[in-house]
Design a protein around this ligand. Structure first.
Ligand code: GLA
Length: 382
């Protein structure tokens, strides 16, 4: 088995600079972020990639090679990669399949091999590869295949993250390029309506395409941004961030944190560090959760999602997307493929609490924009 095929057996976890910092990155921010990932327990919880997004690049290539903006990275990218590696973390960077990045910096079209080689020499473990300024008429999958081949040729295991925003259905061809994850949507922003659109709206039906080594990516997390930073757009409540995180875990989505982890509130770290919820996302069966159904109280106001897990249990998420508090949401065993009389224990994963044994159905009152996230474990044969 080649080294690359062992990457991303569970959804990749880490941090990316874009959502909070955009163009305000520098080497101190990245070093302090790596420090914070260790000191806050994020690393121990499984978040391992520290990824620098766009705007790290100098304006021009030097002798045909990409190089960094030395104003903001005076000690250079290889030294920064070493720093991240010394913390026991992995280092990621960004480029683009077109002539320029989305922010207008030099990118990899026509330079795929030399850029892949450069990244490998710098100690890069993860490449996010964007799709701006692709030449007209050129086939997108072909451009992604070119960089996939160039990465493979370096011999270094580099996780390959495709970012063409779902434009050409990358779930159908992303894995054939060597890609381990692919964006299925445009960019997330820090508002509940963006979670509704990207998460609850656009992921339905994509579950058939995900599995170990190949994941649908509904974009980075906005948990904990609270209306600050590069993709700020009003922010969400902590309840909404918790529902967003629950859905991304159910979707087996990559968990790339986008907030400033140097300054997390208690509520933010409680969300990002809930080990039972992360365990759903990282479950080794590698099944992406699917939408079981919805409840219409005059408009679709509740959704139920299920994710089968390796040990035979099923994670079930009941979301109240409406404005009314305390709506009762029920899930019937039949809708999950369970025999009606099969007793199941039910555990509340956010509260870390066993709720008892139920047959035929389970229901809970769920507040506005909140979630009830449980694990159903079948007990005895019927
Ligand atoms: C695109 C991507 C974003 C980010 C920016 C950087 O918009 O979708 O995630 O990488 O480019 O310029």
């Amino acid at each position: 088995m080649s080294s690359e095929s062992t990457l991303a057996q569970t959804p990749p976890m880490g941090w990316n600079s874009w959502n909070t910092f955009g163009g305000r990155i520098n080497e101190a921010v990245i070093r302090e972020t790596a420090d914070a990932m260790v000191s806050t327990g994020l690393k121990d919880a499984g978040y391992e990639y520290v990824v620098i997004d766009d705007l790290w690049e100098a304006d021009e290539r030097v002798e045909g090679r990409l190089t960094w903006d030395s104003e903001i990275f005076p000690n250079g990218i290889p030294a920064l990669a070493d720093y991240v590696h010394d913390k026991g973390l992995k280092f990621g960077i960004y480029s683009c399949a077109g002539s320029h990045t989305c922010a207008g910096k030099p990118a990899s079209y026509g330079y795929e091999e030399v850029d892949a080689q450069t990244f490998a020499e710098w100690g890069v473990d993860f490449l996010k590869y964007d799709f701006c300024y692709a030449p007209a008429g050129v086939d997108g999958p072909m451009l992604y295949r070119r960089m996939g081949q160039a990465l493979r040729a370096t011999g270094r295991p580099i996780l390959y993250s495709l970012c063409e925003w779902g434009s050409h259905k990358p779930w159908e061809w992303g894995a054939t390029t060597g890609g381990h994850m692919w964006r299925t949507t445009g960019d997330i922003y820090d508002a509940w309506e963006s979670v509704l659109d990207l998460g609850f709206g656009r992921q339905v039906g994509l579950e058939a395409y995900a599995g170990p080594g190949r994941w649908n990516d509904p974009d980075m997390l906005i948990v904990g941004m609270h209306g600050e930073g590069n993709v700020a757009r009003g922010g969400c409540t902590d309840v909404e961030y918790r529902s967003h995180f629950s859905l991304w875990c159910m979707l087996a989505a990559p968990l790339m944190i986008g907030c400033d982890v140097r300054n997390m509130s208690q509520a933010t770290s409680d969300i990002l560090l809930n080990t039972e919820v992360i365990a759903l996302n990282q479950d080794l069966l590698g099944r992406q959760g699917y939408k079981v159904g919805s409840i219409d109280w005059g408009g679709e106001q509740a959704q139920v999602w299920a994710k089968p897990l390796l040990d035979g249990s099923i994670a079930v998420a009941m979301f109240n997307l409406g404005d009314m508090q305390g709506r009762r949401i029920a899930v019937a065993w039949e809708s999950l493929g369970l025999h009606d009389r099969r007793p199941c224990t039910v555990r509340d994963l956010w509260a870390h609490e066993d709720l008892g044994t139920f047959t035929s159905s389970f229901s809970a009152r769920v507040d506005s924009h909140d979630v009830m996230l449980v694990r159903l474990t079948p007990t005895t044969e019927v």
